[in-house]
Ligand binder design. Structure first.
Ligand code: PLP
Length: 390
């Protein structure tokens, strides 16, 4: 057997490619496309934040940092979580700075799971959740949610899926791709299930600051939840800092200790550039976030109204920067809809089934784009949908 025939990792070979990536490959190289596909702020990082990194670079701050991350940043995170949500973490032992929430998620799962341990995941959900559980040798147990219930997961359905092997519940609200948030009662219901069955809860709260109504409820702030929650958050979305690659996990010291073990062997530390910028984001970034959220809110209303006018039923998202309209009325599958819309009208949206089978019949469109582009995209989508009816 030659080297090129030898099997590579079976686990990785068996993983499907991300439905989003496959679609971006189609988009690349096409001109005049309005991209409503990528889940990324269209704003550059505010200069007040970027310049703090430049200042650090000018002073020669280009080294590795502690594996845990700069202590000034961990202290800033601890202060932020205490002031915003009333949850206290020890910056020395309970906070780990990571390469985005992406790394924090991977570390959290690898630190928690033994082979075959089950993780319950409501869907539609962020594309990485299921593959990351599989790569950590776990077993994902998914729960479909639908537009009929506002894509809110029912705690009773979670409880119905708990088995002897269930180790954790993995949730992400405000949700990517639906924009859904959970009511305080639903969150309390999940907390009770976690308590009754002694589960960890991995709570990805990367969109906590992108809210358009009631304030965010941090899962770790619910009674009894601090010591069973792995809180994941970061700077990519709230401060338009995707390329800086900074996130963090806040969790009980025993869990963080294992996460650091993996992190020190695989990553060493998050980039110091991003960490310096993140310190400034926490110190003085709130005004930038508030301005971006106000702008997202304006665009959100235009997009939701536009889809509903066209006849693509769309719930009002309460957080993040995505809409998840139903395209069932067109009779097309999500993938057909996206491919034809792209080729016929040059608008890129993502098929809903990329986020779990229950996302079929929907597409994800982000309003992290200019109002001008959003209006033009809606005109094109309307023309496309009218053309289908003829
Ligand atoms: N979690 C969710 C729900 C996301 O939507 C994303 C990015 O789109 C991430 C995590 C990854 O974020 P980061 O840039 O912090 O790695």
């Amino acid at each position: 057997m030659s080297l090129c025939e030898r099997p590579l990792s079976r686990i990785v070979e068996a993983l499907p490619r991300s439905g989003i990536r496959r679609f971006f490959d189609l988009v690349s190289g096409m001109e005049d496309v309005i991209a409503l596909g990528v889940g990324e702020p269209d704003f550059p990082t505010p200069w007040g934040i970027s310049s703090s990194c430049v200042y650090g670079l000018e002073r020669g701050r280009t080294s590795y940092t502690s594996n845990y991350g700069l202590i000034e940043l961990r202290r800033g995170i601890a202060r932020h979580l205490a002031a915003t949500y009333g949850v206290e973490y020890d910056p020395e032992t309970e906070i780990l700075v990571t390469v985005g929430v992406s790394e924090a998620l991977d570390l959290a799962l690898r630190a928690l799971l033994n082979p075959g341990d089950e993780v319950i995941i409501p869907q539609p959900c962020y594309v990485s959740y299921v593959p990351c559980v599989v790569m950590a040798s776990g077993q994902p147990v998914t729960i479909p949610t639908t537009a009929a219930t506002g894509f809110a997961v029912d705690p009773q359905e979670v409880e119905a899926r708990v088995s002897r092997r269930t180790k954790a519940l993995l949730i992400g609200y405000p949700n990517n791709p639906t924009g859904a948030v959970l009511s305080p009662a639903a969150l309390r219901g999940l907390a009770e299930v976690a308590e009754r069955h002694d589960l960890f809860v991995i709570s990805d709260e990367i969109y906590d600051q992108l809210r358009y109504g009631s304030p965010h409820v941090c899962f770790a702030s619910l009674p009894g939840m601090r010591d069973r929650t792995l809180l994941l958050n970061g700077f990519s979305k709230a401060y338009a800092m995707t390329g800086w690659r900074v996130g963090y996990a806040a969790a009980p010291a025993r869990v963080v200790d294992l996460m650091v073990k993996i992190h020190q062997y695989t990553m060493l530390c998050a980039p110091i550039t991003g960490q310096m910028a993140a310190i400034e984001a926490l110190r003085r970034g709130q005004k930038y976030t508030a301005a971006m959220v106000a702008e997202y809110d304006r665009r959100r209303r235009v997009m939701v109204a536009g889809f509903n006018r066209i006849g693509l039923e769309c719930l009002e998202p309460q957080g993040a920067f995505y809409t998840f309209p139903s395209i069932r009325a067109t009779g097309l599958s999500s993938e057909e809809f996206c491919e034809r819309l792209l080729h016929e009208e040059r608008v890129a949206v993502v098929p809903g089934n990329a986020f779990g089978e229950c996302g079929e019949g929907h597409v994800r469109a982000t309003y992290a784009n200019s109002l001008e582009n959003i209006r033009e995209a809606l005109n094109r989508i309307e023309r496309f949908v009218r053309g289908l009816r003829r």
